[in-house]
Design a protein around this ligand. Structure first.
Ligand SMILES: *[C@@H]1O[C@H](CO)[C@@H](O)[C@H](O)[C@H]1NC(C)=O
Ligand SMILES: *[C@@H]1O[C@H](CO)[C@@H](O)[C@H](O)[C@H]1NC(C)=O
Ligand SMILES: *[C@@H]1O[C@H](CO)[C@@H](O)[C@H](O)[C@H]1NC(C)=O
Ligand SMILES: *[C@@H]1O[C@H](CO)[C@@H](O)[C@H](O)[C@H]1NC(C)=O
Ligand SMILES: *[C@@H]1O[C@H](CO)[C@@H](O)[C@H](O)[C@H]1NC(C)=O
Ligand SMILES: *[C@@H]1O[C@H](CO)[C@@H](O)[C@H](O)[C@H]1NC(C)=O
Length: 662
């Protein structure tokens, strides 16, 4: 009587303690733990699992009589598991393993003894299948030569089971049996018939039979809606869907860590990696690094539609389309991703803009798209812009390149330098920078003042590539100062403006600036042309001189001047006079072969990067400073005259400096 009451108390106590944190507290407080009795294990077990265990005669007696390891899901884990049937014996193995001694595979006590897989991730977390062992909550007991270990885990372990009512249930199938008898298994109504047929045709059963522990990726039937697609699944493609000798459960997967697939040899190299989208969905991607005539290079993404199905020789993930197969155009890819995919928002914006951009893309035989992610569109500045159809069209066009441009090609285009690429938007170029190698490479792209990072590169299509980026190009989010500060091409002009305090004004958002910024290469050229003058320009002692030179490059007005504006005014009246801090800058701008050229004082200066938009102005990156010999040679001062619109104020300053020094 008394014992029963005590047990009831224990259970009530356990029932009230719902969370893992509570359990940790109880473990700390529990004085009985030192006695290490089997009773204390029962006492400490989260109640949801304990009630299941008690009602299973085998499990209950194992806990009473045998050494064992029990993986016990927290009560919260059971809450998430909801209506599904939990399999107690799948959580038990009849040998005691502390955390350090867990082998890579363990036979569970369920019928057929399907294995459990133990993996560790780079954080040192230990996983059993897809469940993480909560490290501080392991309890070990030892009585009468019987050792028992309880590991608390954050997810209920889900074995592969046959559909109920099946007369001849398959127990503990390997991946081949899985594939052959998928219709009899509980797979949430997913089917793999098409893929299975291709495996049979290609006589690749051995891949799925292979003993050991592997990861298998199986495309479901929905992934073969394009009728010709299934015929592209050949022996090599089947190899590319298997990661040999590694089991990867999604919770334990290292994201963006390419693994060698079974298709990895001299003439064909395919890696596979796991990653997660911002919306939480898990994906796999294949990257064909070395391709052949039948297997094109590039990345293919596939959403995992049912993850973490354990089989005898590893784990199976069902994916929504086959990897490696590149059989859609860029347009088709955008359409495929239009509903809930990674490019939903991009597609929506194109359609809201009238859809013509999509026709343009469709008409290009070779095309590369920089597609902003869904999150990239989420800013008020962009929302304001959506109403301006014409401007938006230009911005969308800025994301389209008439070329087949993958990272390897960008790399070759400009080793260690920034590669410049024209876009469909006339006169707008994109600038690429690749740093690092292989999967560690960081690719940035700059367009219309925005520096975006490629978050998913080289998604291959029949007519080109899609790179997913984290910002919408052409919609500025930084001031002229912010841009100067961060842009690797403008660092000399930035430095000069810093020590001469010229830059101070450039963060002012009440002004509108048009700034002609000589790129670093431009200043390097002046070094060759006027070595000593160049030196002085970069000496803080002569900062007044530097400042006056920079002032000539900066127009301040109630508007900004794009290159198109400047060309138009030059055509209308022969030249443009722009207001600068001291006086004015008279230039003429022409378009020659798709490039802008400034003529100033009979000198021609190429515009390297026009129209870098900022929140308080616009920057035109130029190939050479607006500078002439007079500026930098100490000579008798000639003040501004009609014929020399260019002011030679600098001379005056040099004289002043010379006087001061005397
Ligand atoms: C489970 O085992 C405990 C301890 O041996 C025992 O008291 C209890 O009656 C068993 N429960 C069931 C349902 O058999
Ligand atoms: C694109 O192709 C369509 C037909 O496919 C055609 O009507 C249209 O004029 C083309 N547009 C361009 C810009 O070539
Ligand atoms: C967009 O931004 C809002 C507010 O900053 C945020 O609540 C929302 O989750 C964001 N949406 C996406 C898709 O990032
Ligand atoms: C872009 O330039 C091409 C060739 O110079 C011209 O035919 C086309 O009309 C221009 N497009 C726009 C939108 O200005
Ligand atoms: C983008 O900004 C980063 C950080 O300032 C810089 O390293 C990179 O070169 C920039 N990319 C381009 C293409 O300008
Ligand atoms: C420029 O202004 C922004 C806010 O408008 C501020 O965050 C930034 O720190 C300023 N930069 C400098 C260099 O003062």
């Amino acid at each position: 009587m008394f014992a029963k009451a005590a047990l009831l108390m224990v259970l009530l106590c356990a029932a009230s303690a719902a969370t893992a944190a509570d359990l940790a507290d109880r473990l700390r407080d529990d004085s009985e733990l030192s006695q290490s009795t089997a009773k204390s294990l029962r006492r400490l077990m989260p109640v949801r699992f304990y009630s299941l265990l008690e009602s299973n005669a085998i499990a209950n007696s194992t806990l009473s009589l045998r050494s064992c390891t029990i993986f016990v899901p927290t009560n919260e884990a059971f809450q998430r598991y909801k209506s599904k049937t939990a399999h107690v014996l799948y959580h038990i193995t009849t040998a005691a393993y502390s955390q350090q001694n867990l082998p890579n595979t363990i036979s569970s006590d369920m019928d057929g003894n399907p294995p459990l897989y133990i993996t560790k991730n780079s954080n040192g977390d230990i996983f059993v299948n897809n469940a993480r062992i909560i490290p501080s909550l392991t309890v070990e007991t030892n009585s009468g030569g019987k050792r028992q270990v309880m590991h608390i885990i954050d997810e209920v372990l889900e074995p592969l089971t046959a559909k109920s009512g099946d007369s001849d249930p398959i127990s503990n199938p390997d991946a081949l049996k899985f594939l052959q008898q998928a219709e009899q298994l509980n797979l949430d109504n997913f089917n793999v018939r098409t893929y299975r047929n291709q495996v049979t045709l290609a006589k690749k059963e051995s891949v799925f039979k292979s003993p050991g522990t592997h990861t298998f990726l199986l495309p479901v039937d929905e992934g073969f809606k394009l009728s010709a697609r299934s015929s592209l699944v050949d022996a090599k493609v089947i190899d590319g869907h298997m990661i040999p000798n590694t089991v990867i459960f999604t919770a334990a997967a290292q994201h963006d860590d390419p693994k060698t697939s079974a298709a990895f040899e001299d003439l064909l190299k395919v890696t596979v990696s796991f990653f997660k989208q911002k919306n939480g969905k898990m994906y796999v991607k294949s990257n064909t690094i070395v391709g052949d005539s039948k297997h094109r290079e590039g990345v293919v993404l596939a959403e995992i539609v049912k993850a973490n199905i354990p089989v005898r020789n590893g784990v199976v993930h069902l994916i929504h389309r086959p990897l490696m197969i590149i059989d859609t155009t860029v347009t088709q890819f955008l359409q495929e991703n239009s509903e809930n995919g990674a490019l939903r928002k991009f597609y929506e914006v194109i359609m809201d803009n009238g859809g013509a951009v999509l026709d343009d893309i469709n008409n290009l035989s070779e095309v590369t798209i920089l597609a902003p992610s869904n999150e990239a569109w989420n800013s008020s500045k962009i929302n304001n812009l959506l109403a301006d159809r014409k401007k938006l069209r230009q911005i969308l066009n800025m994301h389209i390149i008439k070329d087949r441009l993958n990272v390897e090609k960008i790399r070759q285009k400009n080793a260690n330098l920034i590669a410049q690429v024209p876009t469909v938007n006339n006169n707008t170029f994109l600038y690429f920078n690749v740093r690092g190698e292989g999967s560690d490479a960081v690719i940035t792209v700059e367009g219309g003042g925005v520096n975006a990072t490629v978050i998913q590169a080289d998604v291959a299509q029949t007519n080109g590539y899609v790179h997913i980026i984290d910002h919408v190009l052409g919609v500025p989010y930084t001031t002229v100062l912010g841009k100067l500060e961060s842009d690797p091409m403008m660092s000399d002009t930035y430095k000069m403006g810093e020590f001469s305090h010229f830059n101070d004004q450039l963060n002012n958002t009440q002004r509108l600036f048009t700034y002609f910024v000589p790129r670093d290469k431009g200043w390097q050229k002046t070094e060759l042309d006027y070595p000593s003058a160049h030196k002085k320009l970069f000496m803080p002692d002569f900062s007044y001189h530097s400042k006056s030179i920079l002032e000539r490059h900066l127009a301040i007005a109630d508007r900004v001047y794009t290159m198109k504006d400047l060309v138009q005014y030059s055509q209308e009246s022969g030249s443009v006079i722009l207001p600068t801090f001291r006086d004015s800058l008279k230039i003429r701008v022409e378009e020659e072969n798709g490039r802008y050229v400034i003529t100033w004082n009979h000198k021609k200066i190429n515009v390297y990067r026009p129209d870098v938009e900022c929140t308080n102005g616009i920057i035109h990156v130029i190939d050479y400073p607006i500078l002439e010999e007079k500026d930098v040679v100490v000579s008798g001062g000639s003040y501004l005259t009609e014929s020399t619109i260019c002011i030679t104020l600098a001379n005056l300053i040099m004289i002043t400096v010379a006087k001061l020094l005397n």
